[in-house]
Write a protein of this length. Structure first.
Length: 99
């Protein structure tokens, strides 16, 4: 999970281009499962990416193009962010069955 607040002076077009490129690139990586992003009324964003395993998630974190965009994020896009990772998640699912 990537929780973030963007800077007030952000270059919105550049951010949108980078965000789209990174989502497309992530979807092509081994072990990628899903990505969703949610924005609050206050501008805070929660982005969830799901990977097959810890190795796949870590490989994405070290991908050269992703690392370059991460640097742009720190220098020009984000006021702050927090990354949450779980290597041994407790997962509980519910799915309603239809008769």
């Amino acid at each position: 999970m990537f929780r973030n607040c963007k800077r007030a002076d952000i270059d919105a077009r550049a951010y949108a281009r980078d965000a789209q490129a990174m989502e497309e690139l992530a979807r092509r990586q081994p072990g990628f499962h899903s990505f969703k992003s949610y924005a609050g009324e206050d501008g805070e964003v929660i982005a969830l990416s799901e990977w097959a395993d810890e190795a796949s998630a870590r490989a994405w974190g070290r991908h050269a193009e992703h690392a370059a965009v991460q640097g742009r994020g720190r220098s020009g896009y984000y006021e702050n962010y927090t990354v949450f990772a779980c290597d041994s998640p407790r997962i509980h699912r519910f799915e309603r069955t239809r008769a």
